[in-house]
Design a protein around this ligand. Structure first.
Ligand SMILES: Cc1cc2nc3c(=O)[nH]c(=O)nc-3n(C[C@H](O)[C@H](O)[C@H](O)COP(=O)(O)O)c2cc1C
Length: 209
């Protein structure tokens, strides 16, 4: 594999920032599809692909999210062209026959172990959220990730948590999809950025053994 050039590293990491202010430029649905097509290729445990992504673009959808947001996250979220709920499906193992066909035993390995399900779902949906952010940057978009919100409220509002099996929430099956974190997506207004905070040096965060 070739090493990426400096421009690519700048776009993905060195000059990429977390945005709270957005330019008035829409993000077309086709670009969100392209974003998913890139991000979905990032690796997950047993290729479980267990993250689920809810792209909130309309004002009505944003209003459903508003009551769950921490106060400091409301204005930036309402102003962004898109807010993604990065979630995970706790019944991800039911798709393993399709996604991991060479090892049918893998389904039952998860299905009988709730602790492993939970741990695997959280770990891999977090990773998939990170893949989504890097894919967004690679496609020229900017991101603003957020964990400041009430997960239980989001799960109730968008994933029918605690409701009956036949309540018919529009896309996600009842009760077994849970929110992990949120990410605003759009074209960031760099004029509104504060200077970047420092990161730990190699010697503070890493060791060579
Ligand atoms: C998982 C996650 C949760 C975050 N939650 C919030 C949040 O609730 N509100 C907020 O304003 N920023 C939030 N941030 C933004 C971080 O503070 C920001 O990414 C970090 O300071 C680095 O900023 P930089 O990318 O501009 O260097 C979150 C970031 C991540 C990755």
């Amino acid at each position: 594999m070739d090493r990426l050039n400096d421009h690519a590293l700048d776009v993905l990491f060195r000059k990429a920032r977390t945005y709270s202010a957005w330019l008035p430029k829409p993000v077309p649905d086709a670009l969100l599809s392209e974003l998913y097509e890139v991000a979905k290729l990032g690796p997950t445990s047993a290729n479980a692909c267990l993250a689920r992504f809810v792209f909130l673009r309309s004002a009505a959808a944003k209003e459903r999210l508003r009551p769950a947001l921490a106060a400091g996250n409301v204005a930036k979220t309402m102003a962004s062209p898109v807010t993604v709920i990065i979630a995970y499906d706790l019944k991800f193992y039911d798709k393993l026959r399709q996604l991991f066909p060479h090892n049918p035993a893998m389904r039952d390995n998860f299905a009988n172990n709730p602790q492993l399900i939970e741990q695997t779902a959280r770990r891999n949906s977090t990773l998939q959220g990170a893949y989504l952010m890097l894919a967004a940057r690679a496609l020229g978009l900017d991101c603003g990730p957020m964990s400041g919100f009430d997960n239980a409220r989001v799960d109730e509002e968008f994933f029918a948590a605690g409701k009956c099996e036949d309540c018919g929430e529009e896309f996600f099956p009842v009760g077994h999809v849970k929110s992990n974190f949120l990410c605003n997506i759009g074209y960031g207004d760099s004029a509104k950025l504060l200077p970047r905070n420092p990161r730990l040096d190699f010697s503070e965060a890493c060791t060579l053994m």
